[in-house]
Design a protein. Structure first.
Length: 465
């Protein structure tokens, strides 16, 4: 209601206008805060791209970069057309969009706001991008576009609705503040199904005749520098992911956002250290050598970030460190488990996002400062968290398994064997990402001769003297 001056009570009118201006300023501040955090979350796409580009072999860099770019594009289209409406529109517990609410952003101002849509789109694109690294180096573009759209338009929005829209999952009250389960488990579970149906890269677990190798082959990354750069970009992006999930900076929101930033930092740091040193100890026990593995340090850091994402707002600071430490252990164990099961994950996205996301949802039920099992003694919330985990696994498995099986059956999923050998950059994108051509041998020999002559190491012919 706007303020109306009737000519009698000047003081009341001034107070009304002041309150009106304060409310407008608070709303503007919240919208700006949400936009900045959304940009940080969207920046994570660059982090995923750098991490994936550094992790794959040189012959597949263009391909994985394009897929990361198309994740953002597919996520925008899928979430705009159907996803936002299914997640937040009018409707029942599991799906919205009744009467077209939220579809193509219909009634968006009544549901949330344009800033809210942009923030949620960035989350949806993140869920889709998780799959890209897992299926790298052997997945067709057709399949990638299909599942990216399907995931952001339908699969992910239904998971969102069960928790973040306030609908409630089977009468439970799930704690997943920023998406350990909603975003990371959903993307990670999709990646797990895709990896199983797609199969491992050639030469990873078997030789050319199909015989199982005594030890799996580890393909060297194309650029460790890009891997580290990607990890740091993702870490920075997480400060939009977790603090931004407060959705406001006014009325104490900025204080809560700052607290989320601290728990996020502590969990990431402890996850990095725990994974690196656990791997170091295991390697020492196996080979007798002390090796500080950079890959485990990076992925342990990301695992710590995923693990704290369910409850960065309500986990006590010392317990945030514990969440990170256990996340590092979970990542290390899950990575070894996938290798043992001969499931090929090119960038270890499944251990980081699915398994650490699962741990994060459980950790919220254990350590939440109001309803956690170890902080209040009540186990009811932990039960709610487990129900949610089972729902995500079942929902993704039931939908994505037949989806990928159909893509595989019609020949849309895996590239041809020869194309995989040559590399997807040449077979799909017209050439390699890097100039790998060596200089002409005769030119090199001539250059060496000139240098030797210039330094007096080779006598000049008499005719030239």
């Amino acid at each position: 209601m706007s303020c109306v001056y009737d000519g009698s009570d000047v003081e009341a009118y001034v107070d009304c206008k002041s309150s009106e201006a304060l409310a407008s300023s608070s709303n503007d501040l919240d919208q700006f805060f949400l936009m900045v955090c959304a940009v940080l979350v969207f920046l994570m796409q660059a982090g995923f791209a750098m991490l994936c580009a550094g992790s794959v072999r040189q012959k597949n860099v263009k391909n994985i970069m394009l897929k990361n770019l198309l994740d953002a594009c597919g996520g925008a289209i899928g979430f705009y057309t159907l996803g936002f409406g299914f997640a937040y529109g009018e409707g029942g517990t599991f799906i919205g969009g009744s009467g077209g609410s939220g579809i193509f952003l219909k009634d968006v101002e009544d549901i949330d706001s344009y800033a809210g849509f942009f923030f949620q789109f960035a989350f949806a694109a993140t869920a889709a991008t998780i799959v890209a690294g897992t299926v790298a180096e052997r997945c067709k573009m057709e399949a990638y576009l299909c599942y990216s759209l399907f995931l952001t338009a339908f699969v992910y929005p239904v998971v969102v609705r069960t928790v973040w829209s306030g609908s409630g999952l089977f009468g439970t009250n799930v704690i997943d503040f920023a998406g350990s389960g909603i975003v990371h488990m959903t993307g990670g579970a999709t990646a797990l199904v895709a990896a199983i149906v797609l199969g491992p890269r050639k030469g990873r677990f078997t030789d050319e005749d199909g015989n199982v190798l005594p030890e799996p082959v580890d393909f060297p990354p194309s650029s460790v520098s890009l891997q580290v750069l990607g990890t740091f970009i993702l870490w920075v992006g997480w400060y939009g992911f977790n603090p931004g999930s407060t959705l406001a900076a006014s009325d104490g929101g900025s204080t809560l956002a700052a607290y989320c930033a601290v728990t996020t930092t502590l969990s990431a740091a402890s996850g990095c250290v725990s994974a690196m040193f656990l791997k170091c100890v295991l390697t020492k026990m196996k080979t007798g050598e002390v090796v500080y593995d950079l890959t485990y340090a990076m992925n342990g850091c990301l695992g710590g970030l995923v693990g704290i994402t369910a409850a960065p707002h309500s986990t006590p600071l010392p317990l945030a460190i514990l969440v990170g430490v256990i996340s590092g252990f979970v990542y290390t164990g899950a990575s070894a488990l996938l290798v043992k099961l001969r499931i090929d994950d090119a960038v270890d996205a499944i251990p980081v996002h699915f398994f650490c996301g699962l741990w994060g949802v459980i950790a919220a039920g254990l350590f939440d400062n109001e309803v956690g099992l170890f902080t209040t003694g009540g186990g009811k919330q932990l039960g709610h968290q487990i129900i949610f985990i089972l729902f995500v696994i079942a929902w993704v498995g039931i939908l994505m398994t037949p989806f990928f099986l159909v893509l595989n059956a019609i020949g849309w999923f895996r590239v041809d064997s020869l194309e995989e050998d040559v590399g997807l950059d040449i077979s799909h994108h017209g050439g390699a990402a890097y100039n790998l051509d060596k200089p002409d041998k005769a030119d090199v020999e001539e250059l060496n001769t000139r240098r030797a002559t210039a330094h007096g190491k080779v006598a000049k012919p008499e005719a030239e003297a």
